[in-house]
Design a protein around this ligand. Structure first.
Ligand code: AMP
Length: 224
């Protein structure tokens, strides 16, 4: 594997992909790119783009591929991601997005896709306790990983709130779309020899340790 890392964290809602993607980006000192955070920031800004995105987010629907691909492809031209790599979180979510990403990244492909595996029963309880910083997007859980001061983000001091789209109907819709649109990516990346499936259960520290040791093991064997 090259210096830095070009990783995707994949997983259904509640698998902890946001939390783990942030932790991996700190560990490997590479940018964390979350399409969900990008859209939530646009919604907060009240821009025309944000108002359009809000309709999809509130319903739990996918933002159309051409919009998401445009956002990611613009971000991946910045020099930090070109030199250090990146951790993609929440993208790709469809095979079409994965195909577009493959073209954007040519000639240097991805290093690895980490697929966080969790069953639906755990997903629902994790989503009920999920909280997010309304300023920087840091993820918390009121049960497993609360902010040090209730309601205040450890990272930036912003307000920690429940996501607007963590409603029962939007959660159900996101899980449905995951099965239809995103789950096929598991076979797609597996066919390309890029996928590793990891158990998402455990404390955030335990899961991070698991992911880091897998990435490091692959880095060491790629380095020969
Ligand atoms: P997330 O924070 O990853 O759960 O994303 C929140 C919401 O943003 C999703 O429910 C979608 O409405 C939208 N979104 C984020 N990433 C994508 C993507 N790759 N493709 C389509 N919609 C997305």
């Amino acid at each position: 594997m090259n210096p830095g890392a070009r990783l995707i964290v994949l997983g259904k809602q509640g698998a902890g992909k946001g939390t783990q993607a942030i932790r991996l980006s700190r560990h490997y000192v590479v940018p964390h790119i979350s399409t969900g955070d990008t859209f939530r920031a646009a919604v907060r800004s009240g821009s025309e783009f944000g108002q359009k995105a809000k309709v999809y987010l509130d319903a739990g629907d996918l933002v159309p591929d051409e919009i998401v691909v445009g956002v990611v492809s613009e971000r991946l031209t910045h020099s930090d991601t070109m030199h250090r790599g990146f951790i993609l979180d929440g993208f790709p979510r469809t095979v079409h997005q994965a195909e577009s990403l493959e073209k954007i990244l040519e000639p240097r492909p991805l290093d690895l896709v980490l697929n966080l595996e969790i069953d639906t029963e755990h997903v629902l309880s994790r989503l009920a306790s999920r909280r997010v910083c309304s300023d920087c997007g840091a993820n918390y859980s009121v049960t497993d990983n609360p902010p040090r001061v209730k309601g205040i983000c450890d990272v930036c001091g912003g307000e920690v709130v429940q996501r607007d789209d963590d409603t029962e109907s939007a959660i159900r819709r996101r899980l449905e779309l995951y099965e239809q649109e995103t789950a096929p990516l598991i076979a797609w990346y597996s066919d390309r020899g890029l996928l590793v499936t990891m158990d998402a259960l455990g404390t955030p520290d335990e899961v991070t340790e698991r992911l880091v040791s897998e990435v490091d093991r692959r880095k060491a064997s790629a380095a020969g």
